[in-house]
Design a protein around this ligand. Structure first.
Ligand code: GLP
Length: 238
């Protein structure tokens, strides 16, 4: 895992956006994997700025998202479908975009459809990840066993609590999700793991204490050949 420590959040997002630019230059038909949460918002702002200015062109590339709450309607303001449209897809033209459906009636069929769609696209070239304070990636929570494929996931109390900040008191917060599995994520050719802010310092330290903690899902990334961990100084504990 390659580690990059940037001065601040903005610099970390620009570093990540530059990696997206280079990937697009190398391969205009790239397949990108996107993440949600608070952390990637600065990257989406930067990618939008570049696409609007004409320095990036995603029109031949495909986008897949890591996960989606389940059940949730696409129009729900906290659905990841809504998040991606609001922050990227409504502003930047992609060849195609896909997100696991929080409206699916048959979860198993939806998970299989999603994995097949990723496979049919040629596989993910560059996957963006954030990290939960408990080490989750996508919605792969700490567990005794991990999914190789896109799957139905139950969220832990830690994650429900961390994400409650996005939901108003009148909104029902989902406690389950559909997420790419650890195997789906691991199949990406290159991965960016972005962690910023003091709240992520502890979990980032755990990634580097030279043991493979199987109770920290992000630790599996230590085994992947092309992961760039992008930190700001706070998350790096510097
Ligand atoms: C969510 C998402 C993850 C994200 C994580 C951290 O639950 N499923 O993909 O990386 O939480 O979110 P944040 O960036 O808001 O800290």
């Amino acid at each position: 895992m390659k580690k990059v420590v940037c001065d601040n959040y903005e610099a970390a997002c620009i570093f990540a956006a530059d990696m997206f630019s280079k990937q697009l230059e190398r391969k205009p038909k790239s397949v990108f994997g996107f993440a949600t949460g608070g952390t990637p918002l600065g990257i989406y702002k930067e990618l939008t700025k570049r696409a609007v200015a004409g320095s990036m062109d995603f029109s031949q590339s495909c986008a897949f998202n890591l996960d989606e709450y389940y059940p949730i309607s696409r129009t729900h303001p906290q659905s990841f479908y809504h998040y991606m449209n609001k922050n990227l897809f409504s502003k930047v033209k992609f060849h195609s975009t896909d997100i696991p459906s929080g409206e699916a009636t048959d979860i198993d069929t939806e998970c299989k459809r999603y994995d097949a769609a990723i496979k049919a696209s040629g596989g993910i070239d560059l996957q963006l990840l954030g990290i939960g304070t408990n080490g989750h990636i996508g919605f792969n929570e700490p567990s005794a066993s991990y999914s190789l494929h896109t799957n139905f996931m139950r969220l832990t109390a830690d994650t429900i609590n961390a994400n409650s900040r996005f939901f108003s008191s009148e909104e029902t917060q989902p406690t389950e999700a559909i997420s790419m599995g650890i195997g789906t994520i691991f199949a990406a050719r290159s991965i960016i793991l972005l962690a910023t802010g003091a709240g992520k310092a502890q979990i980032v330290r755990k990634l580097f204490d030279a043991k493979l903690h199987t109770d920290v899902p992000a630790c599996f990334l230590l085994l992947h050949p092309d992961v760039t961990l992008i930190l700001d100084k706070e998350a790096a504990g510097a």
